[in-house]
Design a protein. Structure first.
Lengths: 515, 108
């Protein structure tokens, strides 16, 4: 055989394998509003940067007539490429090939590219579109999932792991995304659940559609399993690319620095956004925008537990992680979900060398039997744990209310914030003035001729004396009380001065956090 | 940037009412009720089997009243205290949802 004919044979083989499940299956995929696995990779990565491996892998299953079936690439595409010019590893399940089902070799391809990502210390992106385990391959497909989960766990906090759910991801398969850093979902395309509607109906008699059980909206708003919600696959890829501008390529690096830009202070005037009385709501994201570069804020999990806001911004061109109580939603209280949401993000930032800015304004914890029974103690404890454990630069800004346990939890100086700033409107106290006055002056109020008038007077006295930043400042718990317009300047200086911060935690295998 | 006041509800924390938005999950939360043990509710959806009592029967605390089969398990429905069986609201083979009133027991 000549070189030419050998080359022709290679091209023929590649052409066949690249067709995936064939024209009919591709047509079906497209009719569902989905791109094919290969199109997705090309769309997401920098132009012409994708190199594929294991194109000719074949499954080795023999049972149930599987030996007579040929599955192109065994239903998954793996390879390497670049995003924003940085290298990444990627895999994409191909639903057109046996429903993207996960068999032994399919899993081997995924674990191979995951191992590459770990060796090369580059991010791994997984595009999930699979009917689940390949039942014909029995326990081998279970083994495949287990091998993936193990690698997800070891890679956690070492390289960024991104899961993109672009189709079904059901049963055990859901646990790989759950172990990764960020889960992206797309409206009407993503479906995630452990047990599907049919099983739920047959066992429990409860009827629910796939969309209502585990659609994109559900995971973005109700369960918190998803971090980013998009209307289309293209929008989803755009947000992935944007996310990558904020995060480092692995845990030994810092995120890319961008040219510094001032905030758009004409649009985001801090004095106009911020109400000085402690009750009127405002959107804390606008406070972030009033101090961030170019007034940009990249929010994460914006639809879930919206009473706390998390996300990335840049200050003087460098990434900072933001955690902020949101007075606009549930008055910014802490509860089970908001504690979970913030704690995980804090640990993410800590793992990937991203400094933290915490903006505090909360009346306390959400009261209720449902909260207590849902375990607000152990969930709330995650926040304390995450802040205490974090060794990246920690800067705290108290804008208004910092009462009780909420004050401690929101990166107080006691959890070793490096710098705590407070606006003159801050109220740092053991509890709100009314509650405190009612307890401290109980006798006086009860014995007064006019208890209501006495209560009002005592509340006012307490407010004057204690509902301010100066009592905490007198003990050094607040480093500086600052004017609103000085905020960016103080934070930039604090970040600048913290660049070589180094803290050594006690030697241990790992802590035992209140997961 | 301006906040639409028509979207705001009110949330009481401590002694203060805060104007703020409420989340869907907050609106959907169910008020807690102290369970009334004389009403035996299904704690899981399932199928009723093996009804062992009828209205007017005297029962002792811990007696098996019936079984509620769910998730391949036979769950025993027990008398919560010594008493008399009141209404039996289910038949054998009936599939009941969660929190369905199965049987009542009156305290002696």
């Amino acid at each position: 055989m000549s070189l030419l004919s050998k080359t022709r044979e290679l091209r023929k083989r590649m052409g066949e394998a690249a067709k995936g499940g064939g024209d009919k299956a591709i047509e079906k995929q497209v009719s569902m509003g989905k791109l094919t696995a290969r199109e997705r990779i090309i769309e997401l990565l920098d132009a012409k940067s994708f190199y594929e491996y294991d194109l000719f892998v074949k499954h080795a299953a023999k049972d149930f007539d599987m030996d007579k079936k040929d599955l192109a690439g065994d239903g998954v595409i793996i390879g390497t490429g670049t995003i924003n010019g940085h290298p990444i590893c990627i895999y994409a399940q191909d639903f057109t090939v046996a429903g993207g089902s996960l068999g032994y070799m399919h899993a081997r391809k995924i674990t191979k590219i995951m191992d590459h990502a770990m060796k090369l210390k580059v991010p791994i992106i997984g595009i999930n579109d699979s009917g689940g385990a390949r039942i014909q391959e029995g326990v081998n497909s279970l083994a495949g999932y287990g091998e993936i989960f193990y690698r997800n766990t070891l890679a956690s906090g070492v390289i960024p792991q991104i899961s993109v759910i672009l189709g079904p991801c059901a049963g055990g398969a859901v646990y790989s995304p759950a172990l990764t850093d960020y889960v992206f979902v797309v409206d009407k395309i993503s479906k995630m659940f452990i047990t599907g509607p049919e099983v739920i109906k047959s066992v429990l008699g409860e009827e629910i559609s796939m969309e209502a059980l585990g659609g994109a909206k559900v995971h973005a708003e109700t369960t918190g399993n998803a971090h980013f919600f998009s209307e289309s696959e293209k929008d989803c890829f755009d947000s992935i690319k944007e996310l990558f501008t904020y995060i480092p390529w692995n845990n030994t690096k810092k995120a890319d620095a961008f040219p510094p830009k001032p905030p758009k202070t004409r649009t985001y005037k801090i004095n106009n956004i911020f109400p000085s009385d402690p009750i009127t709501p405002y959107d804390v994201r606008d406070i972030v925008r009033s101090i961030s570069d170019d007034s940009k804020f990249f929010e994460i999990q914006g639809l879930w537990a919206a009473n706390i806001v998390i996300g990335f911004a840049r200050l003087n061109g460098e990434t900072i992680g933001i955690v902020a109580n949101q007075p606009l939603v549930l008055a910014g209280v802490l509860d089970v979900d908001s504690s979970d949401k913030a704690a995980r993000f804090i640990r993410y930032c800590d793992a990937f060398n991203i400094p933290l800015l915490t903006i505090v304004d909360l009346p306390g914890y959400l009261p209720g039997v449902d909260q207590e029974h849902a375990g607000v103690i152990r969930h709330g404890a995650k926040l304390l744990y995450a802040y205490s454990e974090a060794t990246v630069p920690k800067i705290t800004l108290i804008t208004r209310k910092a009462y009780g346990g909420g004050y401690i939890a929101m990166c107080s100086s006691h959890l070793k914030a490096d710098f705590v700033f407070a606006w003159p409107t801050a109220e740092i106290a053991v509890m709100g003035p009314t509650g405190a006055a009612n307890i401290i002056f109980r006798k006086e109020i009860a014995q007064a001729d006019d208890p209501d008038a006495m209560r009002e007077q005592k509340v006012e006295e307490y407010k004057q004396a204690y509902a301010n930043p100066y009592v905490a400042a007198a003990y050094g718990y607040i480093d500086s009380v600052i004017e609103l317009k000085e905020t960016r300047k103080f934070i930039l200086h604090a970040l600048d001065i913290s660049k070589s911060k180094s803290i050594v935690l006690p030697e241990r295998k790992h802590g035992v956090p209140p997961f | 940037m301006d906040i639409d006041n028509s979207e705001l509800d009110s949330l009481r924390i401590g002694d203060v009412y805060y104007p703020t938005k409420l989340t869907e999950s907050f609106k959907k939360r169910v008020a807690y009720k102290t369970p009334d043990l004389s009403d035996q509710l299904s704690f899981i959806p399932g199928t009723i089997s093996d009804i062992r009592v009828k209205t007017g029967d005297k029962v002792k605390e811990g007696d098996i009243l019936m079984h509620l089969e769910a998730m391949k398990m036979k769950n025993r429905v027990l008398a919560p205290f010594d008493g008399i069986v009141g209404v039996i609201n289910v038949k054998e083979g009936e599939i009941v949802p969660k929190n369905f009133l199965m049987v009542t027991v009156k305290k002696n």
